[in-house]
Design a protein around this ligand. Structure first.
Ligand code: ADP
Length: 368
């Protein structure tokens, strides 16, 4: 008969033991997506350091996303005035839009310390149990890539989020016991690029969900100017405009482009980032004026040249360019959609007239 007990000491012992429930490893979701190999998605270590240096540390420095900032401030102020922790928060949106930065700002505002982990790093229930049992009152637990949490781990999270309890079943069959322990008040802040992959039970347990959208061009220009001044780079207004247009409306991309421009400027002993240098940098990186990389252009030209401009299914596109369906759908397409270069229809993806103009192709090139 499963029993229940309440003992932190016992619990501390148990989490030190590598325990696995039957079938747990087998049930670990194998949903690791291949990461796209482009300069703008996969940063070098130095890029990551730059991310850290340039990360805003105050609400004023966090440019754009005004509604999100306003709503978050209300949630935080209310929690502080009640002397409680904030509701659990979910941030979703494309990579590089500022989810981690927001989480850090929330922690700072709440004067909380933040423990950071990610979905794929928590492989077993024991891993999460160890993390939760080490939380201190008021802590923020940040889980990045939350859509990659396996389902068994999620089951541990539900009671922890809802009633600050940790329920673990130890052993199997008739000897199985449930251990239930209290966790101090904490706030879970989860970030994901794929809210659609989060299970409904998990999604419904967040007190507030925020969708980060692409930034507008003037916000990206402001981000580039701020980053340039932190890095001590002088950039002309024209250069800032060129870089902003090519930044996929994404702060991380903007910062990386600026960094590449600085490299170029240093190598060629230029005193400042001029429009010419910005354009030259984009040319070297094979990024065009509207931020399309080789892969984006390949997707568009494949739909035009091989499938008469569409409509064509995303699986077919992915197979044609030897790429993962998930990457095509979730990394490349959102930006192409945002620019109005493609359209999603029930019959598949359709290239818009703008794409023909941009690639210098004529609709009559379409196959019939
Ligand atoms: P995500 O977690 O969504 O992938 P990050 O929060 O790590 O994105 O942001 C990537 C980088 O972009 C940060 O290091 C920061 O320099 C910059 N950044 C993101 N959002 C903003 C913003 N709103 N204002 C200024 N810089 C930003």
């Amino acid at each position: 008969m499963p029993g229940s007990e309440n003992s932190t000491a016992a619990w501390q012992q148990i989490i030190k033991v590598e325990f696995l429930l039957p079938g747990m490893q087998e049930k670990t979701m194998n949903n690791k997506e291949k990461e796209p190999k482009t300069i703008l998605k996969n940063g070098t270590e130095e890029d990551q350091t730059i991310d850290t240096i340039l990360r805003p540390t105050s609400w004023d420095d966090y440019i754009g996303q005004k509604n999100i900032k306003r709503n978050l401030k209300i949630i935080i102020d209310a929690a502080i005035s009640r002397g409680e922790v904030s509701d659990h928060l979910l941030f979703y949106g494309q990579a590089g839009l500022g989810k981690t930065t927001l989480a850090k700002l929330v922690a700072k505002e709440m004067r909380s310390s933040m423990k950071i982990t990610s979905g794929p790093a928590i492989e077993k229930m024991g891993d999460l149990a160890a993390i939760l049992s080490n939380l201190e009152s008021g802590d923020i637990l940040f889980i990045d890539e939350a859509h990659r949490l396996n389902r068994m781990v999620e089951e541990v999270l539900y009671p922890a989020m809802e009633s600050r309890k940790l329920h673990i079943i130890i052993g199997k069959g008739a000897g199985a016991r449930t251990i239930s322990l209290d966790i101090p008040p904490f706030t879970l802040v989860a970030a994901t690029t794929r809210a659609d992959l989060l299970s409904e039970p998990l999604r419904s347990r967040f007190g507030a969900t925020f969708r980060l959208d692409y930034y507008n061009e003037s916000d990206i220009e402001a981000i580039i100017k701020r980053s340039a001044s932190i890095l001590g780079i002088e950039a002309s207004p024209e250069a800032v405009k060129v870089l902003a247009k090519a930044s996929r409306f994404t702060p991380r991309v903007a910062n990386r482009l600026l960094k590449r421009t600085r490299d170029y400027m240093e190598v060629y002993k230029e005193p400042k980032v001029s429009e010419k240098i910005a354009l030259k940098t984009l040319e070297i990186l094979e990024i065009d004026a509207i931020g399309l990389e080789a892969h984006d252009r390949l997707i568009l030209s494949t739909i035009i040249d091989k499938f008469g401009g569409g409509p064509v299914g995303v699986n077919t596109i992915a197979a044609s360019i030897n790429e993962d369906r998930g990457i095509v759908e979730n990394v490349y397409e959102p930006y192409l959609l945002r620019l109005g270069l493609i359209r999603r229809t029930t019959g598949g993806r359709l290239v818009e007239p703008l794409a023909y103009t941009h690639l210098g192709k004529k609709p009559k090139d379409r196959l019939l």
